[in-house]
Design a protein around this ligand. Structure first.
Ligand code: HSE
Length: 330
């Protein structure tokens, strides 16, 4: 399978490593031979129709800070290279979703299937991107956008097939969960934020985590994909965690509750700090994500797991790649 990889940050490099370490196994088990024919980062691109060596790409990135070998990058690469699948891993942006939006739409118009772990384009234009995929008869996959390596979308869409999901609520942002968990252990908001920054959890633009935009983007994706709604970011009522005080956390603790940033769909689409009972399975700590789906016949089920991480997100891309392969073969 010929792949163009957009972005070569932590997720892109993890994917290259995964392709390298699992090459024999992927071929033996799934007859999958991923071939990166083009890759680019912010400084340039590298291309080879017979396939670039994933290990060498990682070394080049480490040594010089870029994969560039002088090949065209960005849209120029997508327009000029023949590939089966485009994998979009550039940073999420909720203003205009660029450059990911142009990468994805250009690829789909050229007949490439797309895997996106970039949430921006889906958060701002989920319904029209799905229409564009259908129109161009390509597949658009995005399982890593919600829950990272934890297959939240897959669980609701496939494991609960035939059920009617009536509502769901989840902790979908690991960074704010880490901050709120540490505030519950006595740290101030500033101390907890500094600690999260030092550990590398906080997005380059901290507002994406703290003001709830990342959680809202994930809620948009869930609402469209799981509930069949046609919504985008402006449809979410969103409040972040900046106003949560030690007093709020203490008051919750007295009621055997914890304050969490919850994204919910129960008639309204909302993101905001809520009190959750300590013994609710949703009440996870640290950087964990959790989501509870309530269905008409099978009740409430909760899925918990790590919601971020390079290798975890790379594993979600592999999942999507295998699904594309299977659907094409089918
Ligand atoms: N900033 C996000 C989080 C990364 O903290 O969950 C994963 O989308």
């Amino acid at each position: 399978m010929r792949i163009i990889l957009c972005g070569f940050g932590i997720v892109g490099q993890s994917l290259a490593r995964l392709f390298e370490s699992r090459a024999d196994d992927l071929y033996a088990k799934y007859a999958l031979k991923p071939r990166i024919v083009g890759v680019f980062d912010s400084r340039g691109g590298a291309a080879d129709q017979s396939g670039l060596d994933p290990g060498k790409l990682v070394s080049a990135k480490k040594k010089s800070g870029s994969v560039s070998d002088g090949a065209p990058s960005g849209v120029d690469m997508i327009q000029n290279i023949e590939a089966d699948v485009l994998i979009e891993t550039t940073a999420s942006n909720y203003n205009d979703a660029e450059p990911g939006m142009t990468h994805i739409t250009t690829a789909m118009k050229r007949g490439m299937h797309v895997i996106s772990v970039n949430k921006g384009p889906l958060a701002l234009a989920f319904p029209s991107l799905m229409e564009l995929a259908t129109y161009n008869r390509v597949l658009l996959k995005f399982s890593g956008t919600v829950g990272g390596g934890t297959p939240i979308l897959d669980y609701a869409k496939n494991s609960l097939r035939g059920e009617r999901i009536t509502s769901f609520s989840g902790i979908l942002n690991g960074t704010t969960n880490y901050i709120l968990s540490n505030m519950a252990s006595g740290l101030s908001f500033e101390e907890a934020l500094d600690d999260a920054k030092q550990k590398g959890y906080v997005e380059a633009d901290e507002s994406l985590d703290l003001d709830g935009l990342d959680a809202a983007a994930k809620l948009v994706i869930l609402a469209n994909w799981i509930m069949g709604m046609k919504v985008t970011m402006p449809d979410i009522e969103c409040t972040g965690i900046r106003r949560v005080t030690a007093k709020d956390i203490d008051a919750a603790a007295k009621k055997r509750c914890a304050v969490k940033l919850v994204a919910s769909c129960d008639g309204r689409l909302q993101v905001g700090p809520r009190e959750i009972a300590d013994d609710d399975p949703l009440c996870v700590n640290g950087t964990l994500n959790a989501i509870s789906f309530t269905s008409e016949h099978s009740g409430t089920q909760t899925i918990i797991g790590k919601g971020a991480g390079g290798m975890e997100t790379a594993s979600s891309i592999l999942r999507d790649l295998l699904e594309i392969r299977q659907e094409i073969a089918g």
